[in-house]
Structure formats: structure tokens, C-alpha cells
Design a protein around this ligand. Structure first.
Ligand SMILES: [Ca+2]
Ligand SMILES: [Ca+2]
Length: 360
């Protein structure tokens, strides 16, 4: 709600606030004559003019708003390319509480909305891109349907879960190639046969000394946004796998080393950060990122975890518009002996191992 008054200069001053949970409000205002306006979602707006505020006195103004009619907006959400319905979220943006979950058997949803124009957003992540459409509500609306396009995405699982990945440390410090990495540096390496990441095959991998690898070169080769950022973060780096992304400092090999090796017999490409310290120094970390060419999964394993408080773990798409986060600022309580697996998922399909119900 807001109060406003016109000054003798012709200028209008307006004070705005939100009522508390009991509908109470109070303004501290200079003496004068005010217009008081109240807006509430689902109710007719109301303005009272000529409210007089006198010096040193409290003025009480009570409002009883008239509820607007509420209409039903309904429809179905499905795959844009296949005849299958989806478990999805449909929400009216910027309207508190206007959220519905579809029935996955028929994709049906229903929202209760007051008259007005809304942007509806349907999402089913991971595996689909969200879709928005604008609707104007003047009565009940049916058939407000959404077809979500499949997109390349990832789901994570970890070694604490039944059916999750197994922690099996692969030590390549004796067999791999060493890189005495600088504080912020990147090294490009070739992957024999390439690796498919977010649906695109790449022959070159960029190893970054700050605990992440990517498929696009960046300059300067920093950590996420030059700070500790949540992903997705649209700035560089993008197209990246964050194993333990932080401002690490191997200091040209004096504070840890990075190893890499292609294990052709297993179709694995391994990047191991061995005893790499944080900037400026201290808290050595040993972990590895494993690219599996057989199923295009990405596995991250932690041999020692010293200081995970400001790290980011996850995968981020080629343009940085979406991501799958496993841990941000140690939300996953990273510890030694943990394995995390990122498995590709496009649409309802995961690793192409099963068909959606409608196609069986
Ligand atoms: Ca980014
Ligand atoms: Ca660094």
C-alpha cells in the first residue's frame, strides 16, 4: 500500500509499504492531506482521498477490500516432440502461491487466478527447457497447453545413495603426465575419440588449475566469475565441469600438481588434482574428474577434502544458461571417500537405457 501527497511545489511524495501478516500498517508522515491506496492480489484496489494527518496525532484509516472473482486456468504439459505427458511445474510468475504440479499420467494442471494478464511458466528439469506463455484471464480458461522441448542435461547421484556410484580411486600420479600448473592457468589437451558433453562432441579439453575443466578456452583462465559463484552463472567459464572450483594455487608445482591420462583400455580420461593448495597457500586438496567415453558420464572423486567452504561442484551448459549443482559453499558436506556421478539426461531418456512409458 502507499500514501501520497502533493507538495505546494507541485511535486508528489509517495511512501510505500507492505502490511504485516495481520493486515496492520503504519506510516510516519508529515502533516498534510494524503491519498491512501491499497493493492492486494485477488482484490479490487482501493484509494481513499483527503486523509488528514495532523502534527503529533495518529490518524487511523481502515480498509475493507472487495475480493475479485477467481477463475480456473487449466491445460496439459507434454514433451514437444513425443506423445508423452510430463511431471512438470506450472507457475504464474511474480504471483505468490500460484504454482501447480501436473498429474504425470495426463499432464493436467489447474491454477486459480484473479482477472489479469499473467506470464505462465512450465518447467520439467532436468531434461527439458522451460516454456513461458502470456495469458489474459477474464473467465475460466482451458486448454492452456505447453510442449516442452527436450534438451541435453544431467542428473547427479553420489556414493551415499543406494544405487549411486562407487568410490574407486584411480591414482595416476605414477603413470599420468604431470602439469606444474600456475595459480590461474589452463592447459589444452586432446581426448582421443573426443567426449560428448551436453550433447556435443569435443576433441579438446581445457584443464584449469582452479579445480575445473571445460570444453571452451577462457581468458583469463580464472575461477567462476573471478569469485565464488553459484551456477548457472552466465559469465565465464561456461561449458565446464567443476570438480572443486575455487581459487586454488598450485604455484607452478610448489603447492601441488595436476596429472592427466587417457586410459584407452577403459575409455576413461582422468584429470587428477594432487595435493593442490588454496590461494594463497595451505589446505591441500586431492580429487579427480573422470570422463567416461562409454556412457558419457562424468565422475568426480575426493581423496582428501581440506577446505570445501567456498567451493562449487557441478556441471554448466555451453552458454551458462543452465546447470546441475551438486554442492555450493559445501552444501553437500564434501568429505574424503565421496564419489559424485553426473549422468546425461535428455527429455525423459537417461543414457538411452529405457523408453518412456508411451513408447513401450
Ligand atoms: Ca558460467
Ligand atoms: Ca588460482
Amino acid at each position: 500500500m502507499s500514501i501520497s501527497r502533493q507538495l505546494t511545489s507541485g511535486r508528489t511524495i509517495t511512501l510505500t509499504q507492505t502490511t504485516d501478516a495481520n493486515g496492520n500498517y503504519s506510516f510516519v508522515a508529515g502533516e498534510g492531506t494524503y491519498n491512501v491506496r491499497v493493492d492486494a492480489y485477488g482484490y479490487n484496489a482501493m484509494t481513499t482521498t483527503g486523509v488528514i494527518v495532523a502534527w503529533g496525532q495518529a490518524t487511523t484509516q481502515v480498509f475493507s477490500l472487495t475480493a475479485l472473482p477467481v477463475y480456473t486456468v487449466s491445460g496439459q504439459v507434454g514433451d514437444a516432440t513425443l506423445p508423452i505427458y510430463l511431471s512438470a511445474k506450472v507457475e504464474a510468475l511474480n504471483v505468490p502461491g500460484a504454482v501447480a504440479i501436473t498429474n504425470p499420467t495426463d499432464g493436467q494442471y489447474s491454477l486459480a487466478l484473479a482477472p489479469g494478464t499473467y506470464t505462465l511458466r512450465a518447467s520439467s528439469e532436468p531434461g527439458y527447457a522451460p516454456v513461458t506463455q502470456v495469458v489474459t484471464v477474464t473467465g475460466n480458461l482451458t486448454g492452456v497447453n505447453f510442449g516442452l522441448p527436450p534438451r541435453d542435461d544431467y542428473v547427479w547421484s553420489d556414493s551415499r545413495q543406494p544405487g549411486g556410484p562407487t568410490y574407486e580411486w584411480i591414482d595416476i600420479t605414477g603413470s599420468g603426465t604431470v602439469w606444474n600448473a600456475p595459480d590461474d592457468g589452463q592447459l589444452s589437451v586432446s581426448i582421443p575419440g573426443g567426449f560428448t558433453y551436453y550433447g556435443t562432441n569435443y576433441a579438446t579439453l581445457y584443464i584449469n588449475s582452479n579445480g575445473w575443466v571445460g570444453f571452451s578456452a577462457i581468458s583469463p583462465p580464472s575461477f567462476i566469475g573471478g569469485g565464488n559463484k553459484m551456477i548457472p552463472f552466465e559469465g565465464p567459464p561456461n561449458n565446464a565441469i567443476y570438480g572443486l572450483s575455487e581459487d586454488l594455487n598450485a604455484s607452478n608445482g610448489a603447492q601441488g600438481r595436476v596429472y592427466y591420462q587417457y586410459l584407452s583400455d577403459q575409455n576413461l580420461y582422468v584429470i587428477e588434482y594432487y595435493q593442490v593448495q588454496h590461494w594463497a597457500s595451505g589446505f591441500p586438496e586431492t580429487f579427480e574428474i573422470i570422463l567416461n567415453q562409454t556412457d558419457n558420464t562424468v565422475k568426480v572423486q575426493y581423496e582428501t577434502v581440506s577446505w570445501p567452504d567456498f567451493t562449487t561442484v557441478g556441471v554448466e551448459s555451453s552458454d551458462g544458461s543452465y546447470a546441475t549443482v551438486y554442492s555450493y559453499a559445501n552444501s553437500a558436506r564434501l568429505e574424503a571417500g565421496r564419489a559424485v556421478l553426473f549422468t546425461p539426461k535428455r527429455g525423459t531418456l537417461m543414457n538411452s537405457l529405457y523408453l518412456p512409458i508411451a513408447l513401450q
